[in-house]
Design a protein around this ligand. Structure first.
Ligand SMILES: CC(C)(COP(=O)(O)OP(=O)(O)OC[C@H]1O[C@@H](n2cnc3c(N)ncnc32)[C@H](O)[C@@H]1OP(=O)(O)O)[C@@H](O)C(=O)NCCC(=O)NCCS
Length: 173
């Protein structure tokens, strides 16, 4: 994603991607599907952070629908704001449309984000996720992320409680 941000059309597609996945029960940090306005704010804040090298976002699109393409994947990391954590970044979201899964898009988005972090001399990429998100856990482990912590029964989804897992990838190694 360029520092100039995305178009309104792209923002709506990213909002739709997140909303569909959350409605489908995806563990993306929302209980209810986010609306277009919430995602527009998120993207508007992300763009200048990309410009100052405090964020990177990767977009996957298909060109089968029309020439402008349809967004089927979106992921981004942001740099830690705390002064002592500035060499490090946190993967905030990784999302691939249900119909586009299992063909390497998640891996490709992650590899792009890891490469962009490497290029900016980022030292550690962290992420956290729900312990029952086995497909994402396999993906992160495949890419070299290692679990460094676990909070039992921490994530509240209605009455249900799930473990929260913490993973990191040390790019200095
Ligand atoms: C997790 C997610 C991003 C994976 O995207 P994807 O495009 O299907 O991933 P890939 O095709 O690149 O597969 C990468 C690896 O993920 C794992 N994986 C993917 N789908 C899986 C499944 N259904 N079951 C088990 N493992 C799976 C595998 O290890 C796979 O590697 P392999 O093909 O070499 O075995 C996608 O399922 C998704 O968007 N889920 C909902 C949102 C979410 O949970 N995001 C992560 C929050 S932290």
């Amino acid at each position: 994603m360029p520092a100039s941000g995305v178009t309104e059309r792209e923002a709506r597609q990213i909002a739709q991607l997140f909303a569909d996945l959350v409605a489908d029960g995806a563990a993306l940090g929302w209980v209810d599907p986010p609306d277009d306005a919430e995602i527009a704010v998120l993207l508007t804040e992300l763009a200048p952070a990309v410009g100052s090298n405090d964020a990177r976002a990767a977009i996957a699109r298909t060109f089968t629908d029309d020439t402008a393409g349809r967004i089927v994947g979106f992921a981004y990391w942001t740099r830690y704001t705390r002064a002592t954590h500035r060499p490090h970044v946190d993967l905030e979201k990784l999302a691939v449309a249900r119909g586009a899964r299992g063909c390497g898009i998640g891996t490709t988005l992650m590899n792009a984000l890891i490469a962009s972090a490497h290029d900016l001399n980022v030292e550690v990429i962290t992420l956290d996720l729900r312990g029952d998100n086995t497909s994402a856990i396999r993906l992160y482990q495949k890419l070299g992320f290692e679990r460094y912590g676990l909070l039992p029964d921490f994530v509240a989804v209605g009455d249900k409680r799930c473990d929260k897992h913490f993973y990191s990838l040390d790019l200095r190694r």
